[in-house]
Design a protein around this ligand. Structure first.
Ligand code: FAD
Length: 213
């Protein structure tokens, strides 16, 4: 079935310098089946029974959502700070982010394509980094000097989240009303999710995502 603990990390490039990577995956489709079958004390007569069960659970109303919470992922993400700000509004999950109190910011920022005034934008970002480095050289603490940097600067974080909460994030961030840059990350995660939990992800695409995209 899907990926299991210990499988090699998979990374997908996103935007000009970012990426999303699947670092660990616990449970997969099997964990959903276990969660559901303990409720009914039932056993599959064939592999197709398990597929049918997951598809039924994905469609059921009201949702039997907790069965999807037994599959858990840890993702690694490199994205612009403005995308991370939006991402971390999703409370059901755990985050740890690179600290700009303790680490110096890398001179890496997102440059949108097909926009006017890109040169001016780059000059502004470069000037921000020039000032940042000048302030630190003059004795400023990194935690204060960072205030001059823009929201397009890249950050890194890890995110541990269960499959139910992941699908909530995917539904909201693949939605056409979500910011384009955030959508690119959601599409990358969806691709890896399909590899890790093929049955659940397929049912999710058919019965949930199709309604919103
Ligand atoms: C297109 C878009 C635009 C947005 N614009 C803004 C904006 O301008 N400003 C802004 O502040 N936010 C904005 N948001 C963030 C949005 O309000 C949500 O905070 C974010 O999408 C997380 O969704 P969530 O609460 O479902 O996810 P999670 O926080 O992961 O929560 C998952 C689910 O758990 C339950 N839950 C979690 N915490 C609580 C709680 N305290 N009480 C009751 N139930 C809870 C809810 O059922 C919730 O759906 C935007 C989101 C999107 C997708």
């Amino acid at each position: 079935m899907g990926l299991l603990w210990g499988d090699i990390m998979k990374r997908i490039p996103v935007l000009d310098k970012g990426w999303v990577q699947l670092e660990e995956c616990m449970g997969g489709d099997e964990a959903v089946i276990r969660g559901a079958r303990i409720c009914y004390q039932s056993h599959a007569q064939s592999p197709e029974d398990d597929v049918r069960l997951i598809r039924r659970l994905m469609k059921s109303e009201p949702k039997h959502n907790t069965v999807f919470e037994h599959a858990v992922f840890r993702w690694g993400v490199k994205c612009p700070i403005f995308v991370a700000r939006q991402w971390m509004r999703h409370r059901i999950g755990s985050f740890n982010e690179k600290s700009l109190r303790y680490c110096a910011a890398s001179r890496e920022y997102y440059v949108p394509v097909d926009e006017l005034h890109t040169d001016e934008y780059i000059r502004h970002m470069e000037a921000g980094f020039d000032l940042y480095e000048k302030l630190i050289a003059a004795g400023w603490k990194k935690e204060r000097a960072r205030a001059v940097l823009g929201l397009g600067v890249y950050t890194e974080f890890i995110w541990t989240v269960n499959a139910w909460s992941l699908m909530n994030w995917l539904t909201k961030r693949i939605h056409p009303s979500a910011q384009w840059e955030h959508r690119q990350y959601a599409l990358g995660v969806l691709q890896l999710y399909e590899e890790a939990m093929p049955i659940t992800a397929q049912a999710f695409k058919e019965f949930v995502l199709k309604q919103v995209v």
